[in-house]
Design a binder for this molecule. Sequence first.
Ligand SMILES: *Cc1c(COP(=O)(O)O)cnc(C)c1O
Length: 397
Amino acid sequence: MSTYFPARALVDLTAIRSNVRALAGHAAPSLDRTAQVMAVVKADAYGHGLLPSARAAVQGGATWLGTAQIAEALALRAGGVTGRILTWLYAPGAPLGDLLDADVDVSVAAPWALDEVVAAARERNRVARVHVKVDTGLGRNGLTLDALPAFLTGAVAAQSAGLVEIVGIWSHLAFADDPVHPTVLAQADVFDAAVRLAEQAGAHLEVRHLANSAATLTNPRMHYDLVRPGLAVYGLSPVPDLAGPTELGLRPAMTLEAQLATVKAVPAGTGVSYAHAYTTPADTVLGVVPLGYADGIPRHASGGPAAATGPTGAPVRVGAGPTARTLRVAGRVCMDQFVLDLGPGAQEQAGDRVVLFGDGADGGPTAQDWADAAQTISYEITTRLGDRVPRVYLGED
Ligand SMILES: *Cc1c(COP(=O)(O)O)cnc(C)c1O
């Protein structure tokens, strides 16, 4: 069986290590307290590859790892990752006993979840380490402040029975990317009230945590005992309107590159790709890039008709060194491929490397540029990158 593929995502583990170090620096400001770092590695580490990314994050100083899915947490343990892991998203009937056997902390966001955790603890003869999820204003998962006292009565009873240990109170922000938005402080106030309720009820909290990447980077008030950055671990800015990666001390870890599959001369007026959304304005050379929406290349990054400035799709770096240039996707992104108008007299050949996005250091495009072109966020650009695109790791230990 061949694993051949004419494109690949290079993942620089050195960047992940250094990003986590930078985040740990943010989490240890000149306040009286130092927050630990939980690197969030859900969704295959935002498309970067679960285990290599998790190991690099730990090497960079993350003392916790966070996953949305139970299977992701168990995969970390199966891969030999030690240290604290928290997982948080599941429905009734989830394999919670397996989590307890694997010494994974579990979020509890509803009364039924506590019942199932308690049953699993009894069945496996283990003490479940639970983090109580509070909805402080995101309006998503978690217990409202109103529901908390009754819930805590049950949780503390289970703790007294030796079945659970309430180790954390946690919540998630709705407007973390807008640090001065009034809801941010309002959520922190509700969070503080939830912490007080838990402590009064008899919980001995190890960690209180509220901050994602944006709050970690912009808002020390939100740090508490543990911060939970995801996107920033991979070097992308969670606040692109406020600051780019360099200003935040981050470096994008992923470079998505492909080899041109076909290069050919065509006359002016050639319709390019489905529905001829782009037509060549002059005699030119087309290059076919073997990546498409099946690989997570957004179809919204397609390039419309040639404007005065040329095609209008997402940017792609062609060539290297002083002759490098940034072109734009010409015409529709297809399932497996898209086309570039390389320009009249272009010297590229089939097999030559093009870069869809990388760290931007050479002036080339970034995942943020692709997000802008597709009217989405950089999170979606890397997490959607398809399974069939090989990940190649650089900077491995
Ligand atoms: C995804 C997620 C994070 C990380 O968010 P970023 O914006 O990527 O830093 C933190 N906490 C929770 C609950 C999440 O779902």
